[in-house]
Design a protein around this ligand. Structure first.
Ligand SMILES: [Ca+2]
Length: 406
C-alpha cells in the first residue's frame, strides 16, 4: 500500500515541507531538481525547526582545487599539528602530504592488513593529546582464525621513521568470510573516549544481538579498556564495549562541537528489502537502539529510534565532519558528509540537533566522495573514491580536493 509520506524538498524546510502521496502529486511547490525528493525528514526533529531559515550556497562563492592525485581509495584523512595531511589508502598504505606534495613513500611500520572486499586500511584518528603523545589510531581489516575477516583497531606512536609501539586497543571479534559492511570509522568524543563504528557484516540479526559487537558503535578508553560508565557494563546478557546498537553499516562519525553530540552516517538497505535507499544520519546516544534490521526507512517501532535524516534514493553516505572555520562563515556549525553513490557533498544546517535545511554540493562533479575534513586553513578537504570497485576507475587515481572561497 502506498502511504503518504512527509517529504522535505531539498530546500529550506520553512517554505517547502509538503505532504504528497506517491501516486498523486499533491504538492504545489515544484521540486527544483531530481535530487529534491530523496531527503525525508524524520518526525519530531524537523517540524519544530521550520521557523529557522536556510540559505543555499551560491555556487560562485567557492572554487575547487586539487591538492593531490594518484591515490588509491583514500579512506580517512587527518591533519597533523604541522598541517601535513595523513591519509589512509584502503589497500594498506598510510600516506602523508606535506606542503601540498604527496610523499611517494608510504609511512613505515604498519601491521599486516587484509585488503579484501570493502575491507583493508580504513579510518584513522589522532589522540586528543596527539601534540604531546603522538598517538595515532588505525582501524583495519585482519584475517583471523579460519580466514574470517574482522576489524582491528590499534594505537601507534607516530615517529619520524614510522609507526612504533603498536598496541591493539580493539583486537577484533570473529567476523565473517564475507568482505562487506565493516563500518570502521573512529572518533574521539568530547569525553576523550574512542568511538568505533562496526558494521553488521552482511548479517542483519547481529545488529540487534547485544552479545555480538557487529552492527554496533563501541566506546573505549584510549588504551582499549572498557569505561566503567558504558551502558551495558555489569550485565551478563550484553557486551560492555557497546555504546549503541541496531546499526547496519556506519561509515561516518563526527562530534558536534557545541553539544558533543555524536553524529553518524549509515548505509541503509538499498534494495535489500525491496525499497531503494534508506540511508540515514543518526545522533547516537548511550544504550539506544537505531532499529536495523527491525525498522528502516520511515517505519516505526517502540524503543527503536528513527534517523535524524533519511534518504530515499541511495546515496551511500560516508565520512563526516562539522565545519568550525572562519573562511566560510555561512557554513559555521554545519554538518557535512560525503556521498559515495550519490557523488556529492551534503551540507546540513542545524539548530542544536534540529535540522534547519540541507543541500548537495559538488553533485556529479568529482565522482564518488569518501571523506571530508576541515583543514587548519579553514578549507574543506575531500577524498574521492573512484577506484574502490564501485566507481569509474579514474585513470589519474583518486584525489584529494578542497573547497576554497572565491
Ligand atoms: Ca536506523
Amino acid at each position: 500500500m502506498l502511504r503518504p509520506v512527509s517529504v522535505q524538498l531539498f530546500l529550506p524546510l520553512s517554505s517547502l515541507v509538503c505532504v504528497l502521496s506517491i501516486a498523486i502529486s499533491a504538492c504545489t511547490s515544484k521540486p527544483q531538481s531530481s535530487s529534491a525528493l530523496d531527503a525525508v525528514p524524520s518526525p519530531n526533529i524537523t517540524k519544530s525547526s521550520q521557523s529557522q531559515t536556510f540559505a543555499q550556497t551560491n555556487p560562485k562563492s567557492f572554487k575547487v582545487e586539487t591538492v593531490t592525485e594518484g591515490l588509491e581509495v583514500p579512506w580517512g584523512m587527518e591533519f597533523l599539528p604541522d598541517r601535513a595531511i595523513l591519509v589512509t589508502e584502503r589497500p594498506g598504505r598510510l600516506r602523508i602530504i606535506r606542503g601540498g606534495k604527496l610523499d611517494p613513500k608510504p609511512i613505515a611500520g604498519l601491521p599486516t592488513i587484509a585488503a579484501s572486499g570493502e575491507g583493508g586500511l580504513m579510518d584513522l584518528a589522532l589522540h586528543p593529546q596527539f601534540s604531546q603523545n603522538k598517538w595515532l589510531y588505525l582501524a583495519y581489516t585482519i584475517e583471523g582464525n579460519g580466514g574470517l575477516l574482522q576489524t582491528r583497531v590499534s594505537r601507534f606512536r607516530l615517529t619520524d621513521t614510522g609507526l612504533t609501539e603498536k598496541l591493539d586497543v580493539f583486537p577484533g571479534v570473529p567476523g565473517t568470510a564475507a568482505g562487506n559492511h565493516f563500518g570502521s570509522r573512529l572518533a574521539f568524543g568530547q569525553d576523550a573516549k574512542l568511538y568505533i563504528t562496526l558494521g553488521e557484516r552482511g548479517e542483519p540479526k547481529r545488529a540487534q544481538d547485544l552479545n555480538n559487537l557487529n552492527g554496533k558503535t563501541l566506546r573505549l578508553n584510549d588504551d582499549g579498556a572498557v569505561p566503567k560508565d558504558n551502558p551495558y557494563v555489569g550485565r551478563s546478557d550484553a557486551r560492555p564495549e557497546i555504546f549503541s546498537y541496531g546499526h547496519r553499516n556506519a561509515q561516518g562519525i563526527a562530534i558536534q562541537p557545541k553539544t558533543g553530540a555524536i553524529f553518524q552516517t549509515e548505509h541503509g538497505p538499498s534494495g535489500y528489502d525491496g525499497r531503494q535507499g534508506g540511508d540515514e544520519v543518526n545522533v547516537v546516544e548511550a544504550g539506544k537502539n537505531y532499529g536495523w534490521p527491525n525498522i528502516s526507512y520511515d517505519r516505526k517501532a517502540p524503543g527503536q529510534l528513527p534517523p535524524l535524516l533519511l534518504y530515499q534514493d541511495a546515496i551511500a553516505p560516508a565520512g563526516a565532519t562539522f565545519y568550525t572555520g572562519n573562511v566560510f562563515p555561512q557554513w559555521q556549525g554545519n554538518f557535512f558528509f560525503t556521498n559515495l553513490r550519490g557523488r556529492a557533498l551534503t551540507r546540513v544546517a542545524l539548530d542544536g540537533i534540529k535540522v534547519v535545511g540541507q543541500e548537495k554540493l559538488l553533485q556529479q562533479q568529482y565522482g564518488r566522495l569518501r571523506d571530508v575534513k576541515q583543514g587548519p586553513d579553514g578549507f574543506l578537504y575531500i577524498a574521492t573514491s573512484d577506484n574502490d570497485g564501485y566507481g569509474d576507475a579514474r585513470s589519474g587515481g583518486d584525489r584529494i580536493i578542497r573547497l576554497v572561497p572565491n
